[in-house]
Design a protein around this ligand. Structure first.
Ligand code: GLN
Length: 549
């Protein structure tokens, strides 16, 4: 670990006071500014859950399940890391307590510890550090930033903190801690309060580690007086080690704010490193372009999972939102998303579905299960018949094929077996491998997951976006277009413009430009590959067409 030759630097990001104040974005932004200084960076998330991965977690409770190239299903923070860093990260960069404990327990059962007493504070921490080290090897990182999920003082993330303490103990100069804290300004007092942060630091000290930098999340930028107070009370080197992190209108402003408040300089000073270059220019250019624009598009996102109580749960679709926003930023267009519950479109085509004509485009994102499904199919029909730009992601593509089979091919009972396992016309069906896993109740592994190649047909809408014949895209689904129906559906006019290299699996479906301005669906999830500096071409082309409407 941290062998003396390479002298990898480690930054652990922890949360103080409360959760949900942006540790993930802080971690991604620290990575972005350090990369802009010319360092190879790796970003790791250590999640306290006992789930072995995020695949079985309900998005309404936990937000989106992100998928990595390797097929590992993770917390949505991994998505922010890749989008900010413009880098594909290996599976070693995500770990949960469940994953770590399972590995150690399985090893113990297989006599891997040769009869020793297996203990959390030695063997679990050793395994955590082994994983961090694996990530360093895979990414060749000079600086690795590890975000510890949860908040200081929780029982469940303490083991990660203990692993960090052990690493710091061995390599004091190569390890530092950043605490993302929250400074409330109670309206009755009207003053930004530092005490909760002081308490959080005291709690952190009880683990044998202390923060070197405090990122002060608050509604407004923290002032000099309070910076000095915190630095003095918690024992930071300088008040410059308290970094202002006020609320922002866009998370992509955060790296710029950090840069302006000297965060990268303080980190590099701590490690005694000199910047190799200085270039946040490309980033700044993209962000400022979006701010100057006065154009906008209004996109109807039709799905379920949108409301939990009084809240619209957009976290479940964060990669879709960001992919649209990023393409919009590059085109200088503001993308306004309107969350429409597909249940409202269930009744008849004459009713509410007509309201879709008021939008510049319709998008049906990924999903599972029966809720609101006929409403989604009605929405797709309406978009097809009324030439409203339509983009279907995964379920949104499968239902597009169901709709086409029913209403154009005339197979009235066409369906996906996910909803009707007995349908006589399973245009969307389960593949044999997947079926076996489901029968064994192995839900965690019953999907096609991760990066697969697709071959793009020339002269199609997909090809004009990608401008190349072979693409790699990430998947997360159990069902596929049934190969037995492909010929019939194609003869009825829908084009499968992307297929697996052996031609068996349908990856993209579309209508030719001469028939519809944009009616396209992907079996994969293109949203997982949109990056701030590299927007995804399908999202960009979708927005371009929406703009024309
Ligand atoms: N429910 C569909 C399937 O499992 C689609 C999944 C998705 O949209 N991610 O195949």
């Amino acid at each position: 670990m941290a062998d003396k030759k390479s002298r990898t630097k480690y930054i652990f990001v922890v949360g103080g006071v409360m959760s949900g104040v942006g540790k993930g974005v802080t971690t991604a932004s620290i990575g972005t500014i350090l990369k802009s200084k010319g360092f190879r960076v790796s970003l790791i998330k250590a999640d306290p859950y006992l789930n072995v991965d995020a695949g079985t977690m309900n998005p309404t409770e936990h937000g989106e399940v992100f998928v990595m190239d390797s097929g590992l299903e993770t917390d949505q923070d991994m998505g922010n890391y890749e989008r900010f860093l413009n880098q594909t990260l290996p599976k070693e960069n995500y770990m949960t307590n469940g994953m770590v404990f399972k590995y150690v327990i399985d090893k113990e059962r297989a006599l891997g510890y040769k009869g020793k007493c297996v203990e959390p504070t030695y063997h679990i921490t050793e395994e955590i550090l082994r994983r961090i080290n694996e990530s360093v090897k895979k990414t060749n990182a000079e600086i690795v930033v590890v975000e510890i999920g949860g908040t200081i003082g929780e029982y469940q993330n303490a083991i990660f903190l203990e692993a960090a303490r052990q690493l710091k103990n061995k390599n004091p100069k190569d390890v530092m801690f950043v605490m993302v804290s929250y400074l409330p300004t109670p309206s009755s007092i009207g003053e930004m309060k530092t005490k909760p942060t002081q308490n959080a630091v005291m709690q952190m000290n009880s683990y044998g580690v202390s923060p070197n930098i405090i990122v002060a999340r608050a509604e407004l930028p923290i002032d000099k007086k309070r910076k000095e107070k915190i630095a003095h009370m918690v024992g930071l080197l300088s008040s410059e080690d308290v970094i202002a992190a006020p609320n922002v209108s866009s998370i992509y402003d955060v790296p710029i704010n950090f840069e302006n408040d000297g965060l990268a300089r303080r980190i590099l000073d701590h490690f005694n490193l000199k910047p190799k270059q200085k270039d946040l220019n490309e980033w700044k250019k993209v962000i400022s372009k979006s701010k100057k624009s006065n154009k906008e598009v209004n996109i109807a996102v039709v799905g379920k999972y949108f409301d939990t109580g009084d809240f619209v749960l957009s976290d479940a679709y964060i990669s879709v939102i960001e992919a649209l926003k990023i393409s919009g930023m590059h085109l200088g267009v503001k993308t306004n998303l309107h969350w429409l519950n597909s249940k409202n479109f269930e009744k008849s085509l004459g009713g509410e579905v007509k309201s879709l004509s008021g939008y510049d485009g319709v998008l049906v994102p990924g999903g599972f299960g029966e809720t609101g499904i006929e409403g989604k199919i009605n929405a797709i029909k309406y978009a097809r018949e009324n030439k409203i730009p339509y983009f279907g992601l995964c379920y949104g593509m499968q239902l597009m094929v169901v709709e086409y089979a029913r209403n154009v091919l005339g197979v009235k009972d066409a369906h996906t077996v996910e909803i009707n396992p007995k349908t006589k016309n399973p245009v969307i069906d389960i593949m044999p491998d997947q079926k076996k896993k489901l029968e064994m109740k192995d839900y965690g592994a019953s999907m096609r997951l991760g990066s697969y190649e697709a071959v793009i047909k020339k002269g199609t809408v997909a090809f004009s976006a990608y401008k190349k014949e072979k693409v790699l895209e990430r998947h997360r689904h159990r069902y596929e277009v049934n190969p037995e129906y492909v010929k019939m559906i194609e003869e009825a006019g829908l084009v499968f413009s992307g297929k697996s290299p052996n031609g068996v699996l349908m990856e993209i479906a579309e209508l030719p430009k001469s028939v519809h301005p944009f009616f396209l669906g992907t079996q994969f999830h293109p949203e997982f590959l949109a990056r701030v500096l590299e927007p995804h071409p399908l999202f960009t082309d979708f927005i371009k067409v929406c703009l024309k409407k």
